[in-house]
Design a binder for this molecule. Structure first.
Ligand code: ZN
Ligand code: ZN
Length: 283
């Protein structure tokens, strides 16, 4: 990869249980993930050119390895004649992010039109008819939230199964409920987090894909993981039988590790989890 990234680290493209994820994630350096399936960008990182087209951005917390590109993204959308993006940020960070945007707008004497949305755990936002975003609790050193993307299905009520379509249409015309709503959790993202996340947001264990940080893998780095509220590989190993995910994408590895060292460390993950683990690393 470019010399801007540590050796063997940089741009990553993976497909996790049918969901493509492209981006960069190196702890303390840069994190962003393009999710074309959901037309959503997770984090800004430093907002490289191919993130500018994303009009929906979910930011987990204010650490600049995740948020640095925010004003640059807004500025370049404006230059490209695109409408301001909708940007979700933890509620506690909204005032500071707004001040940052306003200062940038004054410096450039333009208005970006960014729509800042305060994200509070439990909030639900309809992204499409069939796609819902739920804000999850986070656990990090600064206010942090996670995000869950769920497919929304409208299933015919069991008692109506096999009835003629005409009869169902008639019931619907009279205002009767003929379907029930079903949510299929497709993709969960935790943002940066300590191991407390597993108790705070246990629903992450049931999403089809879980994108979770695993900043540290060396045994001697456990105290560092605790101090900075990051997940250590030991935390994944200790819960290896609890992950129900079809794909577990581990990301945000420390910039002090070479890709080969990370892959080697991940060999400690036991089956049947091991075959479902995808390290967010260049191939
Ligand atoms: Zn980070
Ligand atoms: Zn952080």
């Amino acid at each position: 990869m470019g010399e801007d990234y540590p050796d063997g680290r940089g741009r990553v493209r993976v497909e996790a249980a049918g969901i493509p994820i492209e981006g960069v994630s190196i702890a303390g350096h840069e994190s962003f993930y393009k999710l074309p399936t959901f037309r959503t960008l997770l984090e800004f990182g430093r907002a490289p050119e191919d993130t500018v087209g994303y009009a929906n951005v979910c930011v987990s917390h204010g650490h600049l390895d995740h948020a640095a590109g925010l004003a640059h993204h807004a500025s370049r959308r404006r230059l490209a004649g695109l409408p301001g993006a909708r940007v979700f940020v933890p509620k506690e960070a909204v005032d500071d992010v707004r001040a940052w945007i306003e200062a940038s707008e004054r410096l450039e004497a333009i208005h970006y039109g960014v729509e800042l949305v305060p994200a509070v755990p439990g909030d639900r936002i309809a992204l499409r008819n069939d796609l819902e975003l739920t804000v999850l609790p986070g656990r990090h050193r600064v206010p942090t939230v996670g995000y869950l993307f769920s497919e929304v299905k409208h299933k015919l009520l069991d008692e109506l199964a096999g009835r003629p379509g005409e009869e169902i249409a008639e019931l619907r015309r009279h205002g009767a409920a003929v379907t029930r709503r079903e949510e299929v959790p497709l993709f969960a993202y935790t943002g940066d987090c300590g191991q407390e996340i597993f108790d705070a947001a246990p629903q992450i264990l049931k999403a089809r894909v879980l994108l979770i940080e695993c900043s540290f893998v060396r045994p001697e780095d456990v105290p560092r993981a605790r101090e900075y509220a990051h997940v250590h590989l030991e935390d994944i190993l200790a819960r290896a039988d609890r992950f129900e995910n079809e794909a577990l994408v581990l990301t945000h590895f420390s910039q002090r590790y070479r890709a080969e060292e990370i892959r080697e460390a991940l060999r400690r993950i036991p089956e049947p989890l091991a075959t479902r683990v995808i390290p967010f690393l260049p191939r």
